[in-house]
Design a protein around this ligand. Structure first.
Ligand code: GDP
Length: 478
């Protein structure tokens, strides 16, 4: 049928305007080709320069990836601590760390950094990455082989590790950075608790030193791309890659993250059973960072106040005489939350009362996992499925500070209404505001001017890097 062929992506631009490589067989990863049929048609197109850089990256990855001759050679240096001779391959190794939303953002950040520095990205499979994501690069895996020599140290790498770059800088305060013998590997600590020395990663002169090191091992839980846009050495390249700065995660995310067939099954079955037929699909992502057990009435009040004020959902009427003739518009609301209480309240509300507009409102929530269980596979599959389902909605309401919501908005190309963070257990006024852009927020950026070596407001330097709507000290691309 026509519907099926549309969902199968037959009439669609399957390769997303050239963003995706044509060198894959479809059946191994259905989501790569089918996602496009579920998303709103995007006004944005990837730049031809981005496309050509991705194809070039794929060739580099094939040449340098796991078990290639150059890989084995560069590994020798690491194993025997040999002085790196000029090798044609160098690497960023991404350590699997933190919640799934965070990991998706950090992986995109590490990939862009690899692209900018001509490195190859290798991914620590952690406990669930293989289960969740298809291979994004043709022919050669992006997963780090299990026998990688430093693998056993990934969990214990921290700011005190001798190979930590920030610690190296502290230990050599007086020494000229460039006088240091470049080691075969360096650990980059870019976790939110990092210190002033770790943050020097974002200075050009430190990049000159890092460039000589074949293995950079990176641990991060943050979307650090906004700060790369403040580095003069990357400026021109980033301009060419992303003429529209708001689309960085949108394109990198659509290029890198393709759910495996088992996760894709969770996504498509749910979509087709509950969402496909509605005239409008509204996503509400509820993530509460307040202490205390919850659920909270004031959060429900805030969500409803936002949805009604912004005309996303109709008000309910106390008059029972309103009926909905057949052919009335229907709205499907996809709620994601660790608890089911909010959606239960909303469902009862729209069942027990008619809406003032006569519109029919259905409330759907795929799971309620009660608490975060980062190490459990089906739990993470559901989390990924829900991020994708949210990205397939027409309008989105998200919670402040949540990377889970950032992933959904970025993949979907949606500017969400952000629920402002409640203070003192009460709903803020206004309850929500429209995001400036679909980009994620970098929660722990440096506030340092590398040139003059003193503090500076990095959210006020250029028009396209601003403070975030949901976190006053964060930075985002607009
Ligand atoms: P963040 O903490 O909101 O920035 O998002 P993360 O994804 O990094 O970490 C939160 C984790 O908690 C997710 O990865 C899930 O494991 C779980 N989680 C939080 N909210 C939800 C939800 O709405 N649905 C599901 N299935 N899991 C959630």
């Amino acid at each position: 049928s026509e519907r099926f062929s549309k969902l199968a992506g037959v009439h669609q631009d399957k390769l997303l305007g050239g963003l995706l490589s044509a060198r894959f067989s479809e059946g191994t990863c259905l989501s790569r080709y089918q996602s496009v049929a579920f998303r709103k048609k995007m006004p944005h197109k990837p730049s031809s320069y981005l496309i050509s850089r991705l194809r070039r990256y794929e060739i580099l990855h094939e040449k340098c990836g796991p078990h290639a001759e150059s890989y084995n050679k560069t590994l020798e240096q690491l194993k025997f601590g040999r002085q790196p001779e000029s090798s044609d391959c160098s690497y960023v190794v991404w350590i699997s760390f933190s919640g799934l939303g965070n990991r998706i953002l950090t992986l995109a950040s590490a990939f862009l950094y690899a692209l900018l520095t001509n490195r190859v990205l290798l991914v620590d499979p952690g406990v669930d990455m293989v289960d969740l994501f298809c291979e994004p690069f043709p022919e050669v895996s992006w997963f780090l082989p299990l026998d990688f020599p430093l693998k056993g140290q990934f969990n214990s790498f921290n700011q005190n590790s001798p190979s930590c770059y920030g610690r190296m800088l502290k230990d050599n305060v007086s020494a000229n950075l460039h006088g240091l013998k470049p080691p075969s590997h360096v650990y980059l600590h870019l976790v939110h608790d990092y210190d002033d020395q770790d943050k020097l990663f974002f200075c050009d002169e430190n990049q000159d030193f890092l460039q000589k090191i074949p293995w950079l091992i990176m641990k991060t839980d943050d979307y650090f791309i906004p700060s790369l846009f403040l580095m003069p050495s990357f400026e021109q390249e980033l301009k060419n890659l992303f003429p529209n700065k708001e689309t960085v995660f949108h394109f990198l995310g659509q290029y890198l993250f393709h759910p495996t067939n088992s996760v894709w099954g969770l996504i498509t079955r749910y979509y087709q059973a509950y969402l496909a037929k509605a005239n409008e699909k509204i996503g509400i992502q509820i993530r509460i960072f307040d202490s205390g057990s919850g659920p909270f009435q004031y959060v429900l009040d805030q969500i409803l106040a936002c949805a009604v004020k912004e005309n996303l959902l109709p008000e309910i009427s106390r008059q029972d005489s309103i009926t909905s003739p057949s052919g009335t518009k229907s709205k499907a609301v996809l709620v994601t939350s660790l608890t089911s209480w909010y959606s239960q309240q909303m469902r009862s509300m729209y069942w027990e009362h008619p809406s003032t507009t006569g519109e029919l409102v259905g409330i759907y929530q795929p799971s309620h996992e009660e608490y975060q269980q980062t190490e459990k596979q089906i739990h993470n599959r559901k989390a990924l499925a829900e991020m994708f389902l949210l990205s397939f909605t027409d309008v989105l309401i998200t919670s402040s500070w949540s990377t889970f919501g950032y992933v959904a908005q970025g993949l979907g190309g949606l500017k969400p209404w952000i629920l402002y963070k409640p203070e003192n257990q009460s709903a803020p006024d206004p309850p929500c505001g429209r995001a400036m852009s679909m980009e994620p927020c970098f929660h722990s950026p440096p506030f340092y001017d590398c040139k003059v070596r003193r503090g500076v407001d990095t959210g006020a330097l250029v028009p396209h890097v601003r403070h975030c709507e949901d976190m006053s000290w964060g930075l985002k691309l607009v």
